[in-house]
Design a protein around this ligand. Structure first.
Ligand SMILES: Cc1cc2nc3c(=O)[nH]c(=O)nc-3n(C[C@H](O)[C@H](O)[C@H](O)COP(=O)(O)OP(=O)(O)OC[C@H]3O[C@@H](n4cnc5c(N)ncnc54)[C@H](O)[C@@H]3O)c2cc1C
Length: 343
């Protein structure tokens, strides 16, 4: 059973590899931060109806909110939030702020999280027992949810055809006919089995990802806490967390695209230099095609609207983080709204 040792302290590693309490770095910037937070909150309020909707429908008509956060910030007086948002957005796998549309950031960092982040810069932890873990494992949650549903596991779907107002799914040499199809896997992979139209294929080919890497390793003598490196170089650790009473640590980074061969060495050097800790070994390393999204140019040309217009065509529906945002809550909320809307 996993239990996190009391709320981990957050620290920042500065450019000279010194470990600073989280609030220290923002000491001289608090007035600017408070001002920026005020403008951000004002905008959250201004757009609250749009933000409350699930997904990104009509984002093209909201030119202001489809702008990347850096550009939007310059115009809206929120630039002081950028170093903070880099730690809570970029470091958590959501890409550089010059790539992410402002509406996605606003959906992710609403009023409550913003206030909690600002309080952190004053040394006050409002996150409570965050991060929280599922005591019996995250997978167990889905196992329990699925218990009363008819779920077929390990079915290798080789083909899906949509014809005569029906859906024909072929797997393990059998054909099953269904009324509706809900696709919940990466949309740029569906052409491997689905009879995609040219329009669908063209749209799905535009999906971009962030190459996010999570490394689980053992490091002896590491203090407990969440440590932000305060930089966003690919192939380097961005965050190092140690949450449990054992030597297991997790390191978040962005892939260098060349196998991340130096990552282990860098984790070792950094942990020894900064914490005088002893790196033992890597337990697991996983590279994720993380945070599927469309880029600025494609958003402006109407990709999200096009995707939303696909919903229901040929009895097919799409769910997943591309349509909402890369958190479980956003995906579940979007899926629930889709079912309520169309079924
Ligand atoms: C390391 C990590 C930590 C995270 N921590 C959090 C967190 O603390 N809180 C939070 O809210 N979110 C967290 N997330 C994000 C969260 O997991 C995702 O936002 C969410 O799972 C996205 O749901 P989805 O349905 O879009 O995609 P997924 O959950 O990825 O589901 C896609 C499914 O498609 C399947 N698939 C892939 N390719 C194919 C194919 N070719 N054919 C058929 N099936 C295929 C996959 O096996 C998978 O089951 C984390 C993600 C990662 C990677």
């Amino acid at each position: 059973m996993l239990t996190i040792v009391p709320p981990p302290r957050r620290s920042i590693i500065d450019q000279n590899k010194r470990l600073l309490p989280f609030n220290e770095l923002f000491k001289k910037k608090r007035i600017a931060l408070l001002k920026a937070a005020y403008y951000y909150l004002k905008n959250l309020n201004k757009y609250k109806k749009i933000l409350a909707r699930s997904g990104f429908k009509n984002i093209t008509s909201l030119e202001e909110l489809s702008k990347d956060f850096l550009t939007w910030s310059e115009k809206n007086g929120t630039s002081a939030l950028i170093p903070l948002f880099t730690m809570f957005i970029t470091d958590f796998g959501y890409g550089n702020l010059e790539q992410i549309p402002t509406i996605a950031i606003m959906k992710y960092i609403g009023a409550k999280p913003l206030i909690a982040i600002i309080f952190l810069t004053f040394g006050i932890n409002m996150f409570g027992k965050w991060p929280r873990v599922f005591q019996q494992g995250y997978e167990n949650l889905w196992y329990k949810i699925s218990q009363n549903l008819h779920v077929i596991l390990t079915a290798k779907v080789t083909k899906i055809e949509r014809k005569n107002d029906r859906i024909y799914v072929i797997y393990h040499d059998q054909v099953i006919s269904y009324d509706k199809l809900i696709i919940a896997c990466p949309l740029d992979r569906v052409s491997e089995f689905l009879d995609v139209t040219a329009q669908e294929k063209n749209l799905f080919n535009k999906i971009k990802y962030v190459n996010y890497v999570v490394t689980v390793c053992e490091i002896d003598n590491m203090p407990n806490g969440i440590f932000y490196f305060g930089r966003v170089n690919t192939g380097y650790p961005l965050i190092l967390s140690k949450l449990w009473q054992n030597p297991v640590c997790t390191v978040h980074s962005m892939s260098d695209g060349q196998g991340d061969l130096l990552l282990e060495e860098r984790i070792k050097t950094e942990s020894e230099k900064i914490f005088s800790a002893k790196f033992r070994k890597i337990i697991a390393q996983e590279k994720w095609d993380y945070f599927p999204h469309f880029d600025q140019k494609d958003i402006t040309s109407g990709c999200y609207d096009q995707l939303e217009n696909f919903q229901g065509k040929q009895n097919t529906y799409y769910v997943g983080s591309l349509l909402s945002f890369e958190t479980v809550e956003h995906v579940v909320t979007y899926s629930k709204a889709l079912v309520e809307n169309y079924f």
